[in-house]
Design a binder for this molecule. Sequence first.
Ligand code: SF4
Length: 349
Amino acid sequence: MTTDNIEKQIKTGSLAGGKTYAFNEEHDQKTPAQMWFQNSVDGLTLFIVFYTQACRWSRCMGCNLPSKSSYHHVGYKDIIAQIDHVFSLPEVLTKRHVIRKLIISNNGSILDQDTFSSTALLYLMAKINLNFTNLDILTLETRPEFVEIEELEFLSRTLAEGDTPTLLELGIGFEAFDETIRNDTFNKGLTLETFERFIGQVSPFNCRVKCYFMQKPIPNFSDSDALADIIHAIDYLNDMSIRYNVRINMHLNPTYAAYGTPLEQSFYEGTFVPPKLVDVVQAVLYAEDSSLTLFVGLFDEGLAVEGGSFIREGDEHLIKALETFNRTQNFKQLQQAVSPRTFCSNTTG
Ligand code: SF4
């Protein structure tokens, strides 16, 4: 597809999604958009967001990730320069033998060859094998329609050549379980049929799947209905995990009011109030008897409007408990940490 056509798709998607943000054209094309370290049950994790042309879908209601991307095409030489930049950083080089998980994103789809070059992906795979000698998991974020069997075969073969066994994990956005909310209100453009075809595709490759969900992703959605939606999602993902023998991680993001999206306006009008963290904890606790692992996103990446975060004064003990849960998957400890007695004794000393 020509770069003009992709620009048209981005423009059409942004208009359809009611987006008002500008793209990030000022960014140095030779450095990634963002990167950070985090800790999860999988160990020390490096998260890299490459700076490329924006997500072609661009219309999901609460998403302003494309505002960190370019409207125009970013060529493979510049993406390779971004990769070289990452692998020249002292904080990466000193940790390269202890990084256990690498998450690769471009705020869109890494497997969309029109926005993330195949040459750059090949180069990245070589750099990963050469540098990350103890990597357990490589996660690539993508919309499922860009996943091709030939690519899965190639990526699996490449990872098998590394010094240590590395699993491939594909991270896809699901956002809401209710079909009407997901596709009619939120504009996700993801059917259960597409998701199940995707799970069937990845299953023979022993890939893991990470599904991004948002708790309370739309306006005029009560806290209890938002919690129920995540509970339905946990039941469904658990069934899929068992049926297709695929390990699934639910990445649960409490929704914030993202600037330049319809959620910003709803937030100012009072029809969107971010979820309470205590309800997010309840959602996580529901998954205790499931086959899933969970990770709760507690970082808004600077994408929320002022005051539009889900973190409120007095939430410190919940943040601490969820951060510990992300590292340990210890449900009992999470339950204890949020029980009124524990909270009371923690705060009264
Ligand atoms: S949520 Fe993902 S698919 Fe939807 S617009 Fe944002 S980056 Fe694109």
